[in-house]
Design a protein around this ligand. Sequence first.
Ligand code: IMP
Ligand code: MG
Length: 182
Amino acid sequence: MTQRPYVIDVMISAKSIAARIEALCEEITAEFGGTDKLIVVGLLRGSFVFIADLVRELDLPIEVDFLEASSYGDGMESSREVRILKDLRGAIEGRDVLVVEDIVDTGHTLSHVTKLLLSRNPARLKSIALLDKPSRREVDFRSDWIGFEIPDEFVVGYGIDFAQRNRNLPHIGKVRFLDEDK
Ligand code: IMP
Ligand code: MG
């Protein structure tokens, strides 16, 4: 838990997020149109707001499942070693799968999860991330759909936390520490 004082500046408004999700869902519906086998997999906990808005814009028959991979803990740096803390409830063999993530940062989490799920032989596996920080990438990974590319800033809100706080902000904000000149 941080002791450093900080404020949160708005980076992406709730309105912009909603508009982007609408556009993304048209593409996703076109990609998976006709399937009745789609499982939307949210990565806990950061994607819980995004997946809730996303599935309500998808005009497809779907199932929803969740998976939790190890996270940052309470810090701001990736642990790089990805562990599965909570696995899917259901089997995905022969199913279409859409993995939903909050942010692709170093890329370790989504690349690890994608490989794991592919080893279970889904019919098709795609991924979507609300945010992407391409300048931070350490492994060669690209999500099939991305909401917004952002610079190397630590962000919170819309499900995303800083030391478990700020997930309930309706927008994406960036953390600005008051004890450093920037
Ligand atoms: P990666 O494995 O480095 O790509 O990390 C992805 C995970 O790190 C995301 O699912 C987030 O949980 C977390 N993360 C990355 N950047 C931020 C950030 O700016 N704020 C909060 N969490 C972040
Ligand atoms: Mg995460």
